[in-house]
Design a binder for this molecule. Structure first.
Ligand code: DAH
Length: 343
């Protein structure tokens, strides 16, 4: 038999057989077609395999290659037909399922913009050697106020400015406290916790939630986040503070971000400053800072004659919002996916 004729036979047979498999209406018709085309004894496949013998030797590789394709094509048509008729391995075959329709994409969630910001801040500060420290959100007045040099009659302790809790403090390190508890109003509490547990030198940041009973508006929310920083060692100066904050601002906001200190007052630092970054042609306030007050060192058992240190507290929402152009803090906590999906 000539090669041309052999190939032509295969073409005709292939379309006939695949058509027959596709058209098989039930298991019996499928079986009849299987015997006819793939049957071991006298099926069409067997027949053409035998015809190979009569092909010229030089043409055999070409013929053999085509024969293999023919065989897989018939087998695939048979398998597909079997699957379609429910005889396949998957017995959960659903005739109403249309595999040609586009699928439903699984929804993958992602990390909240504030959580993303926190990771970013930790990374930048980590490169400058600051380790992350944590403290509880439910605090006692000793850690939130007393050890931070905020006396009993200080307005920051006003019940109207704090979330005092109805439960009594149970922690053993509430030194000389009155037994009350509150949601911490600042992450400066973590400075106290870290120093009370560890000797100097200290180089930590603490990122976490703080709570104040403010009415929500574009720039206020009763819960927000702060990044507290604390560095204690020998001979620490205000210049060190300014350098760290400038390197931080430049890394977080991009470009070279000049920073500015304005004189201020915090009970736990002396001197104290407000910290502004120069960003988008404006001076923007991001938080407070200063040199740790000797009274704070004394409260945690450090010798203020031997060590000095600086501390700072920056608003995490403010940093995140400025960087991403968010103008209303409430958007961050509305749970509105149209907003959140942008990050
Ligand atoms: N705790 C201050 C606040 O919540 C911010 C702050 C100011 C933290 C000065 C500091 C600091 O560590 O040194 O307003």
């Amino acid at each position: 038999m000539s090669l041309q004729k052999f190939l032509a036979t295969l073409d005709t047979l292939e379309s006939e057989a695949t058509g027959a498999f596709d058209a098989a209406a039930d298991a019996d018709a499928l079986e009849a077609n299987r015997v006819r085309y793939l049957g071991q004894k006298s099926g069409a496949l067997k027949e053409v395999q035998q015809q190979m013998g009569s092909i010229d030797k030089v043409d055999r590789p070409t013929a053999g290659k085509r024969l293999n394709q023919f065989k897989s094509s018939l087998q695939a048509a048979f398998d597909a037909s079997k699957e379609r008729l429910g005889g396949g391995e998957d017995s959960s075959f659903d005739p109403t399922f249309d595999p040609t329709l586009p699928g439903t994409r699984p929804r993958v969630g992602h990390v909240h913009p504030i959580t993303q910001t926190i990771s970013h801040l930790m990374e930048i500060m980590g490169r400058m050697g600051f380790e992350a420290a944590e403290g509880p959100e439910v605090e006692d007045p000793w850690h939130n106020f007393v050890a931070l040099n905020i006396p009993q009659d200080h307005p920051a302790r006003d019940p109207l400015d704090n979330f005092y809790l109805a439960t009594a403090a149970t922690n053993s390190d509430d030194q000389g406290g009155d037994g009350s508890q509150l949601l911490r109003s600042q992450t400066s509490t973590v400075q106290i916790r870290v120093m009370a547990q560890n000797p100097p030198p200290i180089r930590i940041i603490s990122l976490g939630r703080v709570y104040r009973p403010d009415d929500p508006d574009a720039t206020h929310f009763p819960m927000f986040h702060q990044m507290e920083g604390l560095l204690v060692d020998e001979h620490v100066t205000m210049a060190n503070l300014k350098t760290v904050l400038r390197v931080f601002a430049t890394n977080y906001l991009g470009g070279d971000v000049p920073i500015r200190f304005r004189p201020s007052f915090f009970p736990f630092t002396e001197p104290s400053v407000e910290v502004d970054f120069f960003w988008n042609d404006n001076w923007v306030e991001f938080g407070g800072a200063g040199m740790v007050d000797p009274a704070v060192f004394e409260a945690v058992g450090y010798d203020p004659e031997k060590v000095s240190g600086f501390a700072f507290g920056l608003g995490v929402e403010r940093l995140c919002m400025r960087r991403h152009g968010v103008t209303d803090i409430r958007d961050l906590y509305s749970g509105d996916l149209r907003f959140l999906r942008q990050f």
